[in-house]
Unconditional design. Structure first.
Length: 430
């Protein structure tokens, strides 16, 4: 089984409980003291400036986030459910530039994570580092470019007990890049060229040989307005997935997508679109046949009322697998989010995701032994994620957010589990 495991539908920071009998190490005590000191300093600075309006023109912006997360199933386990609690401290510095034709936001955000009840193969505390860059540049009124990059480093050293190594080093880096170039030929026609790349690299060679991965995508799109409130588009995209495997399991594959769509503006605040096309997946494993699948998507987004915002979508197609050691999955995904401004300072959010993933012999590597499959060599996986959240704007510089999330996975090919997570987030800028 690869070290990276399953990834969820949303950014979920980690989940832990309190084990009363655990004795804190000296390192943990020092880290917790630093955490409290930094939080107090930040609270003091923010409180002193609370009555001053934020300066959006400042080129350097400082903020901090404190997050607590409780779950009743720390390890996403089907049989051994352990509740736990995580605590995070995440200061952030942004360097912002708003020039005549260029908008730039570069940031650095370290995370400190304290686990009160780590499992036998987890560290009590971990450090993460994120570097990001967002840039929009306008060459002319007709030509624009958009760049986005995020570099993450996860420091997850080996877990040791005495002189015995319980689990090796799982530290890794991940870099994600996206870019798009737009050119308008006229008021009614424009084209877009886009690309993205993701790489994940583990420090320990033994882990890297099994868990390093890459994904690269390039595409082109042509859009044309055919009526005052109706546009059509045509696009083609190719995506390549690459996975390392010390056991020689060949999971690499390429997907080609070609499609067309129509977009309708119902009113200035609400629009919808429908797209259809075809996907063709070709596998590096010579024993796997080329897979063809229709691609369909529909989306509705905008404001249904002055205080309500909605986004809903349905998608069917092929993408990389969530269940190891399959290469790809055929999936149908439906999701939506509704945001309501209950008061000028309170925003309520409700969202849900339903995904049906189908794993068949067409995406099962011939080089993977039957023993490599946790439960079955084919079958379905159903994912349901429901979430409710409330965001309170305390001042122009501070806010609180509470999130309640339910995840339910029913899988024929992997672990089935149910998990409830409660999250509280405090953010402050100064």
């Amino acid at each position: 089984m690869p070290a990276f495991g399953r990834t969820g539908d949303a950014l979920v920071f980690g989940e832990l409980t309190i084990r009363q009998e655990k004795i804190m190490t000296v390192r943990s005590i020092v880290c917790m003291q630093a955490l409290c000191f930094a939080a107090l300093m930040t609270l003091g600075s923010a409180r002193a400036q609370m009555d001053q309006p934020p300066k959006d023109t400042d080129p350097i912006r400082l903020s901090v986030e404190v997050r607590g997360s409780y779950t009743d199933n720390r390890d996403s386990s089907e049989t051994d459910e352990e509740s736990n609690f995580d605590l995070y401290l995440a200061p952030r510095i942004d360097v912002v530039a708003d020039l005549v034709r260029t908008k730039l936001d570069a940031y650095y955000q370290p995370y400190y994570r304290y686990r009160t009840d780590p499992s036998d193969i987890q560290n009590e505390d971990e450090f993460y580092h994120s570097l990001g860059l967002n840039m929009d540049h306008e060459f002319t009124e007709q030509s624009k470019i958009r760049l986005w990059e995020k570099f993450d480093l996860t420091d997850d050293p080996a877990v040791e007990e005495g002189a015995i190594t319980i689990r090796g080093d799982r530290s890794y880096i991940m870099n994600r890049f996206e870019g798009a170039f737009n050119h308008a030929f006229s008021r009614w026609t424009y084209t877009e060229l886009s690309g993205s790349h993701m790489l994940k690299r583990y420090d320990e060679q033994e882990v890297a040989d099994e868990s390093d991965e890459d994904a690269m995508s390039v595409g082109a799109r042509l859009w044309r307005q055919i009526a005052p409130s109706v546009g059509i588009d045509f696009d083609v995209r190719t995506t390549s997935y690459g996975f390392e495997s010390a056991m020689g399991i060949e999971r690499d594959f390429d997907v080609l997508l070609a499609g067309a769509g129509i977009e309708k503006v119902f009113n200035p605040n609400l629009r919808g679109s429908v797209r259809a096309g075809w996907q063709r997946a070709e596998y590096d494993d010579d024993a796997l046949d080329t897979q063809n699948e229709p691609y369909l998507s529909a989306e509705l987004r905008g404001q249904t009322a002055p205080t309500a915002r909605l986004i809903a979508s349905v998608t069917h197609g092929i993408r990389d697998a969530d269940a190891y050691p399959f290469a790809s999955q055929s999936y149908t995904d439906a999701r939506g989010r509704l945001e309501l401004d209950a008061t000028p300072k309170l925003m309520l959010g409700f969202q849900g995701t339903y995904r049906l993933s189908e794993y068949e012999k067409d995406s099962r590597p011939s080089t993977a032994a039957v023993a490599s499959f946790p439960k079955a060599t084919s079958g379905d996986e159903t994912t349901i994620v429901l979430q409710g959240d409330a965001a309170f704007k305390l001042t122009d510089r501070s806010s609180l957010k509470f999130i309640q999330r339910l995840e339910d996975i029913d899988s024929d090919v992997g672990e089935s589990f149910t998990k409830n997570t409660s999250i509280a987030v405090a953010t402050m800028a100064f």
